[in-house]
Design a binder for this molecule. Structure first.
Ligand code: ATP
Length: 291
């Protein structure tokens, strides 16, 4: 677990992304319905929400790829709707559907896209950073799904973006590749990159994000650190154990004291004891109103 990251008043005013009252409808049906959002410089912000909640619409508006109906949007201080190539060179985008480079090798594709940026990173360093050095002469079309995603990230960070959009980056990764990818992303944050991450994986958000925003029906319903989202840090712990009389459950504000009391009652081990608090998934499901 990365150490607790806090944001001072200074970083609060330095938003990489500031959104107020964003609206976008499709054929009269609102997809984004008065959305407010701040992403601070230097943080990893995870956007969570069920299918159809409006995450893609929101991020595409922020990337300057989709028009909006209403609202104020500033990304790196500019309105994406009218921003030009100089602004675009400051952001990196890793989409779910990646650029068509299947016929090129890893090295050829990274070198090719480097020409699009005024001050690109060294292509070989980027390939090394995403762990594809051994595969640099392999055609992109012959990479595994996880390797292909790493190439997408290589292309996304090539231009030294101040702000990186990552859309469901680890879909299809095996557990080892995910952990490796998480280290890569955490390293980008350490180097000062702001990251807006869209994900359906709660463990990914918990592991990577400084703050999490939950979108439901086109609005942000809560924003907080993963530890505090939905009042998670205030929730009682639940003690469960099982003895000859059956299963027991106790919601406790003082779990340590309660465990000590129970241990005294049992004269030692408490049979089948577990102590749990609501997981990020539990509070997320509450926030989106899932059964
Ligand atoms: P997912 O998690 O499935 O990617 P999402 O949160 O990204 O979902 P959006 O793709 O932004 O959600 O979609 C929000 C709503 O807008 C959905 O009801 C979707 O059907 C609708 N929508 C999105 N794009 C279009 C479009 N081009 N034309 C019509 N409706 C659209």
């Amino acid at each position: 677990m990365t150490p607790q990251r806090t944001h001072s008043a200074r970083t609060r005013v330095e938003s990489a992304i500031a959104v107020r009252g964003l609206r976008r409808s499709y054929r009269g049906r609102p997809a984004v319905d008065g959305l407010d959002l701040d992403v601070y410089r230097g943080e990893i912000f995870a956007l969570l929400g069920p299918n159809g909640a409006g995450k893609t619409t929101t991020t595409e508006i922020l990337e300057g790829h989709r028009p909006r109906d209403a609202g104020e949007v500033a990304v790196l201080g500019r309105d994406p709707a009218g921003a030009g190539p100089a602004w675009r060179a400051r952001i990196g985008i890793v989409l779910q559907e990646s650029a068509d480079v299947a016929g090129l090798t890893v090295r050829e594709s990274v070198r090719h896209f480097a020409h699009y940026y005024p001050k690109p990173r060294d292509p070989d360093e980027v390939i090394e950073a995403v762990g594809l050095t051994d595969r640099r002469n392999t055609r992109a079309g012959a990479l595994s799904g996880g390797e292909r995603r790493r190439l997408d990230v290589a292309l996304g960070i090539l231009g030294r973006p101040e702000l990186l959009f990552l859309d469901e980056p680890t879909t299809g990764f095996d557990p080892k590749a995910r952990r490796r990818f998480w280290s890569l992303i955490a390293g980008l944050r350490e180097a000062g990159t702001t990251i807006l991450l869209t994900t359906h994986y709660l463990d990914e958000a918990e592991r990577l994000a400084d703050r999490v925003g939950v979108i439901r029906s086109g609005r942000v319903v809560d924003v907080d650190t993963p530890e505090r989202l939905g009042g998670r840090h205030l929730a009682r712990a639940v003690l469960r154990w099982r003895d000859a009389e059956g299963a027991h459950e106790l919601a406790s504000a003082e779990p340590t004291a309660d465990v000590a009391r129970l241990a005294a009652r049992f004269g030692g081990e408490i049979p089948h004891l577990t102590v749990t608090r609501p997981s990020l998934e539990d509070v997320y499901l509450d926030l989106i109103g899932a059964d």
